[in-house]
Ligand binder design. Structure first.
Ligand code: FAD
Length: 334
């Protein structure tokens, strides 16, 4: 990290001191905030304590001359889709923490415009960016609201799920998202972006490192509580039977190519159980790479590249990573 950036980060930390209700910490072990639990330290970690803190942070970054073009900035949720470099991140990690974990009803919209009062309506639900998906799915189920059953066992946050357009079992965020409140760390504007403006596609959106999701609104349908519960239990059972659980991995490593499954391609290429250093392809599901004690973030990177190359060689299909690598990694030797 250059001396100029280090000084600028000191300025940000100092500017946040007074009146800031959240957490601002230099040299933070960011691995502890990810499911892989790998990687080095972040030069500056900030957890806003509320909406005012988000704006204050934006101003502090601008005054110190920090933006995503000059300094790595990472909005962080539950770290369940990330691998942070062993060298850490010479920039700012912004994590939406406990203050952004909340759920509230946000009104109703008639499903059929012009329908008589009392006709079926969509319930709108608003949640802070740090709210976990299982929490949101369970909250909705308790109220007999359908639409988020698929999210019950995804260990991510609302913010990360919007950015990634998370999904499972044929459903995804874009099916239920009405809008997201996004703070732009460059323009310092807070904007409500509707679903269309977010350009949600398969595990991607228009959002970049400069965009911090602070809350999102979902439209959920009226449903039968027991049917919703049954569906959620079935998803949980399916995951317990077919996936290695939430610890020491970041879910699906590769996106599924059109009409096929990445796990099937990895398995049929004979790579189940293949290992690099302390990370191996799960025996339970070949699209999950599991870290063992002593593993390095670089091992994940190398295994991803090795598996990608072998699958390409054997099937002609170039798998695209779904997990995100943050910071500096070394290219594997040819
Ligand atoms: C066991 C397991 C199972 C999984 N199953 C699924 C699945 O079925 N379907 C699926 O889609 N995913 C799955 N995942 C991956 C992951 O849980 C999702 O992608 C989730 O939406 C990521 O949320 P997060 O809060 O952990 O995001 P992070 O991993 O923290 O971040 C992911 C991306 O979102 C950005 N981001 C995070 N928070 C914000 C914010 N507030 N504002 C702006 N950007 C933000 C980050 O910068 C990063 O680019 C699984 C992961 C695990 C470990």
């Amino acid at each position: 990290m250059s001396r100029a950036i280090a000084t600028a980060l000191d300025e940000v930390a100092a500017a946040l001191g007074e009146g800031f209700r959240g957490v601002a910490e230099r040299d933070y072990p960011v691995a502890t905030s990810t499911t892989y639990r790998l990687g080095g330290r972040a030069a500056l970690y900030v957890e806003p304590g509320g909406p005012d803190d988000v704006a204050r942070l934006g101003r502090a970054l601008r005054e110190a001359g920090i933006d995503s073009a000059t300094t790595p900035i990472l909005p962080l949720g539950r770290g369940s889709n990330l691998v942070v470099s062993d060298h850490g991140l010479p920039g700012v990690v912004i994590r939406m923490g406990a203050a952004a974990s909340w759920i509230e009803p946000a009104g109703r919209a008639l499903l059929d415009e012009g329908a008589a009062p009392g006709a079926a309506a969509e319930e709108w639900v608003r949640a802070g960016a740090a709210t976990s998906l299982p929490q949101l799915a369970n909250w909705s189920a308790r109220r007999g609201l359908t639409g988020l059953e698929w999210a019950v066992a995804i260990p991510g946050s609302v913010g990360g799920a919007v950015r990634m357009n998370a999904g499972a079992y044929g459903s995804e965020m874009s099916d239920v998202l009405i809008s997201a409140s996004v703070f732009d760390l460059c323009s310092l504007e807070l904007e409500d972006k509707d679903r269309t403006a977010l350009e949600l596609r398969y595990r991607t959106s228009i959002l970049t490192e400069r965009h911090l999701v602070v809350a999102a609104t979902f439209g959920l349908g009226p449903g039968d509580r027991r049917a919703i519960r049954a569906q959620m239990n079935s998803h949980r059972r399916h995951r317990a039977d077919t996936q290695p659980g939430g610890a020491n991995n970041a879910g699906s490593v590769f996106k599924n190519p059109p009409g096929d499954s990445a796990g099937r391609l990895v398995e049929s290429s004979g790579l189940k159980g293949r290992r690099v250093g302390g990370v191996r392809v799960s025996d339970l599901h070949a699209n999950f790479f599991v870290a063992e004690p002593g593993a390095h973030a670089q091992d994940v990177y190398d295994l991803v590249h090795m598996v990608r190359a072998v699958v390409y060689e054997r099937t002609g299909i170039d798998l695209e990573p779904e997990i995100r690598f943050v910071g500096r990694f070394s290219e594997a030797a040819e």
